[in-house]
Design a protein around this ligand. Structure first.
Ligand SMILES: NC(=O)C1=CN([C@@H]2O[C@H](COP(=O)(O)OP(=O)(O)OC[C@H]3O[C@@H](n4cnc5c(N)ncnc54)[C@H](OP(=O)(O)O)[C@@H]3O)[C@@H](O)[C@H]2O)C=CC1
Ligand SMILES: O=C(O)[C@@H]1CCC=N1
Length: 271
């Protein structure tokens, strides 16, 4: 499979590192990004070919992954439109709907909209994906192979659900990083050194996540197994409930999903 990435920023790099870790032939990847300061790093660290603008020859690939910011997508799509020739187009942009991208690409039919996340770079990502009906079974398999290099893939039948995926797993790593920062800061406030508090917090998130992911036991039961009657956890959880942890997470996800829809509405309204 030959791949062209349009945009070589954070998300594209996370996907490419995932592909590299999986042993993908990196010489089969071209990255188009006008920010030439990124080119040397992309070439030396990842072994990919770089270019500052797209040409028909550079886009003679099987899959084009568009990984620019949603605000840049319309302009990028209009530049790509005359250069396309039946390649599969995969978008990772938050909020932007396939109908709008297809229109910007001149009525292009073979598009898969996805929402990956940055743990892709250690093959521990998860991607939500939605394919337009014109995408062939072979192209869907190609996209699945590409995305599986980054971790799990969840195929959706309803594109609207991608805004929820964005709010949960697309943005989710940032929520988790914030929680690690917060737990670690709490440890420092209780007298631990910064280094040891971070070590304890990181190992706790990692251990609890691995235990939960690898166990048949319901998460609530795993939580109860930590919570000794009359013990310490009970007090910690009580405080978290008093501060409405569920409401906080619900509100955060709602705000992220609202923003994904807003990006789709506002940017998708462009001709
Ligand atoms: N970061 C994340 O965790 C996730 C991001 N996404 C999506 O991925 C997309 C990219 O996000 P992210 O990687 O964070 O953003 P970045 O800004 O890191 O990457 C975008 C890159 O595209 C470049 N670019 C701008 N214009 C063009 C152009 N005309 N042709 C080619 N490249 C161009 C940008 O250059 P310059 O900086 O000079 O503008 C930049 O290097 C977004 O749509 C986002 O919604 C999806 C899931 C998770
Ligand atoms: O914050 C953003 O808009 C992108 C999409 C999901 C993660 N990062």
């Amino acid at each position: 499979m030959r791949i062209a990435f349009i945009g070589g920023g954070n998300m594209a790099q996370a996907l490419m590192i995932g592909l590299q870790q999986r042993g993908f032939s990196m010489q089969h990847i071209t990255v188009v990004d006008p920010d030439t300061t990124k080119h040397t790093t992309l070439q030396t660290a990842l072994g990919v070919t770089t270019a500052d603008s797209a040409t028909e020859a550079l886009l003679a690939v099987d899959v084009i992954v568009i990984a620019v910011k949603p605000q840049q997508l319309q302009q990028v799509a209009q530049t790509l439109a005359p250069l396309l020739n039946a390649q599969l187009v995969v978008s990772v942009a938050a909020g932007i709907r396939t109908a709008d991208l297809s229109r910007w690409l001149g009525g292009y039919p073979t598009i898969i909209r996805t929402m990956p996340n940055t743990p892709a770079q250690i093959q521990s990502g998860i991607t939500g994906a939605f394919a337009l009906p014109a995408v062939s079974a072979a192209q869907r398999t190609q996209a699945d192979d590409l995305l599986q290099a980054a971790g799990e893939v969840v195929w959706l039948d309803d594109e609207v659900q991608l805004d929820a995926v964005t709010a949960i797993s697309g943005s989710g790593p940032a929520y988790v990083f914030l929680m690690i920062e917060a737990l670690s800061a709490a440890g420092v406030a209780l007298g631990l050194s910064e280094a040891q508090s971070l070590q304890l917090s990181l190992a706790t998130f990692k251990g609890a996540s691995l235990l939960a992911a690898g166990s048949q036991t319901p998460i609530a039961t795993l939580r109860e197994q930590v919570t000794s009657k009359g013990g310490t956890t009970e007090q910690g959880l009580l405080s978290m409930r008093q501060h409405d942890i569920h409401g906080m997470m619900q509100h955060a996800a709602e705000q992220a999903a609202r923003r994904a829809k807003e990006l789709g509405d506002q940017l998708g309204a462009q001709a």
